[in-house]
Write a protein that binds this ligand. Structure first.
Ligand code: XMP
Length: 531
């Protein structure tokens, strides 16, 4: 396995993703883990991430000395390169200009990392790489024992290597897709240089995870809050595979779920997989507490609080339960690890507000090591339908944040139907790809072509005309976005015919709505949800 030390770059997680894509397990830890931790981790290689600091400032992050004494290959990226160079006796200087964006790097010398990897060859016969750069400082003197591996016009020392000690470092970012050969470079590091085999795959992972869950819980019972979302669903399927009836799921229907979602969850888990699921219809309780409340944050808090309340009542009935299972995934773990703290801290993650410690249960988090796409692959491998596993994300407070202002059951019922029509039409609308493009692995319909799409209920009435009559009814807004990380997003340029079909169907089929609008705001400045 590969140890990644995080110096605070926005894209450190991508390094782990790329290493795992190469079939090698890897984990991210803060840069200031102890020397002892580094020695005991059992890494076949260490990768040092980029970061926002400057090694030319006194009190900035440094690499634990043990990393350089382990005897395994080390790969420094950006800040990781600068820290490595400085600590091993080279020189780093403040660049006068920041370099940000595409750059062309010329490979120099022969090294195990870059030899034979290039995007094009110049007229003079130099192999060139198209890479992504983002740095201010640069290495101006290599440490003893290092040789030049690549350079650019503005950054003469863009990559260096000490092949005796197997230390490699690059100023550019191989982990981002803009660096075309990035995948090949990281693959080369973990396979050729570190000697790791490609043995990180789902079937093996299931066998290992099942064994470890059994060992962890023994004959105890486990409770899990099933939300219908991907993470809790996959966690439920995995734990059920391991311990069968020792697992009980509690599925709280707060009345703010999508159309038929409750039945679908029950069908899939209780009927198909044979999982014990307690379904609690708490619609009245939630609606009662939400009556008269219009502030979005207050609404969120109420939904979170009531969720915990219902869950607690149900779990108190399960006398033998000693464990609370949660669908915490790896990005949650990394996010909460906190820069500058040693080791991982645990965030009691739940998408509705977090469950309280007063339950007195031990935490079981079998997805803690997995990225989202790995969780999905695991779900499919465990027999969950791909349509479920690849669904768009749905917020914990559900339709509660998609009904603007006060939440009423009547509004939720209208919204559910409008939303279902929108989603159905997105799924039915194929995306036309230019002829000759390999259709494999490419999105085929507009549901797959968007990251999140849904309808929003606007509690304002507008005038319309239907048949011979005047109508005075509510408005629904459609929202569809494309995004990588949900931090920023573009509104999706859906075909006009598709929007027209959705609008017609909603207005014709959902009595109570006579106007449909499309949201064309990006994030920022708007958010994806309307509340
Ligand atoms: P925004 O609206 O902030 O949403 O652009 C970004 C992503 O987060 C989801 N979201 C939530 N998920 N509880 C959740 O579990 C929430 O309270 C919540 N609010 C927003 C949203 O659906 C989008 O995917």
């Amino acid at each position: 396995k590969i140890l990644i030390l995080d110096f605070g770059s926005q894209v450190t997680q991508l390094i782990a993703r790329r290493v795992r894509d190469a079939g090698v397990f890897s984990e991210v830890f803060p840069y200031d883990v102890s020397d002892e931790f580094v020695r005991n981790y059992g890494a076949a290689g260490v990768i040092l991430s980029g970061g926002p600091n400057s090694v030319t400032d006194g009190d900035t992050p440094r690499v634990p000395q043990a990393v350089f004494e382990l005897g395994v290959p080390v790969f420094g990226i950006c800040y990781g390169m600068q820290a490595m160079a400085e600590q091993l006796g080279g020189k780093v200087e403040n660049g006068k200009v920041r370099e940000f964006g595409y750059a062309e790097v010329r490979a120099r010398g022969h090294t195990a990392l870059l030899d034979g990897i290039s995007d094009f060859t110049t007229a003079e016969g130099h192999g060139m790489l198209k890479v992504w750069m983002s740095h201010g400082d640069k290495v101006t003197e290599m440490p003893a024992g290092f040789k030049l591996m690549a350079s650019t016009e503005s950054c003469p020392i863009a990559a260096i290597a000490d092949e005796t000690r197997h230390f490699y470092a690059v100023q550019f970012h191989p982990e981002v897709t803009h660096t075309l050969q990035g995948k090949a470079i990281i693959g080369r590091f973990v396979h050729e240089i570190c000697g790791c085999k490609s043995d990180w795959n789902m079937p093996d992972y299931i066998a290992e995870a099942v064994a470890s869950i059994r060992q962890q819980v023994g004959s105890d019972d486990v409770i899990l809050g099933l939300s219908g979302g991907v993470d809790s669903s996959v966690a439920a399927a995995l734990i059920h595979r391991a311990i069968g009836d020792q697992l009980t799921c509690v599925f709280v229907d707060h009345g703010l779920l999508r159309l038929n979602e409750g039945d679908m969850v029950m069908d899939m888990f209780a009927n198909n997989l044979g999982v014990k699921v307690i379904r609690v219809d708490a619609t009245d309780q939630f609606m009662g507490h939400l009556a008269g409340v219009t502030d979005p944050e207050v609404k969120r808090k109420i939904i979170g609080r009531e969720f915990v309340e219902v869950f607690q009542v149900e779990s108190a009935k399960l006398k033998n339960a000693k464990w609370l299972a949660q669908g915490t995934i790896y990005p949650d773990v990394i996010e909460s690890a906190g820069k500058g703290k040693k080791g991982h801290t645990i965030k009691s993650h739940h998408n509705v507000g977090g469950l309280p410690e007063t339950l007195n249960l031990k935490l079981l988090e079998p997805l803690r090591e997995l990225f989202k796409d790995e969780v999905r692959a695991l779900g499919v491998a465990l027999g969950l339908p791909a349509t479920m596993v690849y669904r768009h994300p749905f917020p914990g407070p559900g339709l509660g944040v998609r009904i603007l202002g006060e939440v009423k059951k009547e509004f939720a019922d209208l919204l559910r139907r409008a939303d279902a029509i929108f989603i159905e039409e997105l799924r039915n609308c194929t995306i036309d790809l230019p002829a000759g493009i390999d259709q494999q692995g490419i999105v085929k319909n507009w549901y797959e072509g968007t990251s999140q799409a849904f309808a929003v209920f606007l509690p304002v009435k507008s005038v319309g005309v239907m048949g011979d009559g005047r109508t005075y009814e509510y408005v629904v807004a459609l929202r569809a976005v494309q995004t990588q990380d949900f931090m920023t997003a573009h509104w999706a340029h859906l075909p006009h015919e598709l929007l027209g079909r959705v609008s017609n169907r909603i207005i014709n089929e959902v009595r109570g709505i006579n106007r449909v609008v499309y949201d064309i705001s990006g994030k920022p400045p708007a958010t994806i949800e309307w509340e």
